[in-house]
Ligand binder design. Sequence first.
Ligand code: G6P
Length: 607
Amino acid sequence: MCWIFAYNGDTDCREKLVNGLRLLEYRGYDSAGIVGVSKKKEIFLEKAVGRVSALASKVDARREDITLYTTGIAHTRWATHGWVTQENTHPHHSSDKRFYIVHNGIIENYKDLKKDLEKSYDFYSETDTEVVAKLIESLYDGNLKSTMEKVSTRLVWAYSLAVVDSQNPGTIVGIKLGSPLIVWTATDGIYISSDVNALSALAETYTLLEDNEMVVIEWKKYSIYMAGKQIERVSEKIDASQVIDELGNFNSFTEKEIFDIPSVLENVFSGRIDFEKKQINNETLEALGDLDIKRICIVSSGSSYYAGDMGCYFFRKFAGIPCQAIISSEFLSDVFLPDDTTLYVFLSQSGETADVRESMKIVKAKGCMTFGVVNVVGSTIARMADHWLYSHAGVEVWVASTKNVIAQVAVLLMMAVSLGLKKDMQITDARDLIAEMADLPDKIQETLMKGPKIKKIAKKYATYKHMFVLGRNYFYPVAGEASLKCKELSYIHCESYSAGELKHGPLALVSKKFPTMVFNPMGKFYAKTISNVQEVAARKGPILGIISSNDTHKELYTDTIELPETSELLSVFTGLVSSYLFALYLAEALDRDVDKPRNLAKSVTVD
Ligand code: G6P
């Protein structure tokens, strides 16, 4: 979502703040702003609608200003309250322009607060953040820390924020409730950030604030407080692997992340599967079998939801355990019926998605078993889970999740096999599957080699306005994920259906101008899906088949992407990767900004 960055030290903050924002612009890129305060209480404020580069140009245009602004806060915005305008861009200020604030999250009771504050102050923006700035002004008691303690008791719901008092340069107060906030000491000063991801270029260790904690920076030193009392915290090491790579020869970071998938899979399996002995070799996975699990419930959002749904097919098939994937916002909207024998799995790349985090809190409050599958090391969901496995996809910062989905699906497959082996799965079947998994990175590599052909096909499909994506069994959630990827990257309207549902309504739309993408590798349901392909062909709908090379009905398809030879199950992975390339090239053909699709953000920390 939004991204907070702050600095206090001896040197000028402006370039540091802009570079910090640039590094993590994926958190939101509607608009950006900084404010700096000098030791003599001079203020430097700059905001820009659009990308951080627009802000950087504006800051750069003022380089003749050689004042040292040694304390500053910065923000990139993903609009929630109010449209993307200069007025709504952070930092926001009090009416006397003494206090400046940046904020990540939502203040649920901002309307009530505003109604009250409007009696004394004029408002210039539509944001909930400006309300907090005015609240600080109204409650100021001569000390920013104690004022912020009062302010935080008035704010409802999850947020993190950072505030500067221009009359007390050298002081920054940060508060964390829900949305992450970290602080660290560098050689040039103290920094605050709302994300640990990819910070290894800036710091070696960091301190993560817990909910309701406050950090107070005063002249290059910081202290952490909880309920007004100072507390001690041990710093944690930043995971050195969490580095954003250079673009290299790729056209976009998204493309690079897709081409990372073979090595991601090697990381996912490493230390968890002994390919020589053809067995699972990991404590967490093996311990799963000791739990009394009668049912599994996977809670997640976006691409992680589809990965979870794929996992459900694995748990049912290999472990014989009923499993249901639930969209986290729906989990929160429904009645929760706690069950001691259900394993609640929370799947999240960022480990910070608000709805997933809040769902997990509900489950934990009832004492039920929780398991996290998370990519970002040390993230909230990983810290809250009773048991967890990292998806080890490396830094994935570009909005469309690709390599992490593959890693999540691989982790869920290992969990299912591990649980299956403690139940009825035949050891020989597990060994055959593990032997095949050893070749998966090479099979993905083979799929990636088909890039030029997929690009050609995508160019053709970029001329359509709509598309259906179909699949059955494992390939039903695969179709869902492929459809999501196509729409978020290319903005073409795509809808996914279980292939068997086509005739119950969607078929009405199929025509020469309405193509259908079908996942139908050879397997148990091949013939059934072929009937659906025939239904589309009979209505003259163009059909893109993602199929096996030994498919016996190739003539039915307008275009085909042939998958490398694998079992039906493992073509889930190669099928997904083909669809990622297709979505990417579809977007490129339409000249979309694939790394930063409009209106989206990587990590959704608001509900
Ligand atoms: C956002 C991202 C998606 C992601 C979803 C869930 O919508 O754009 O790519 O799948 O959040 O995120 P999570 O971090 O919980 O997996």
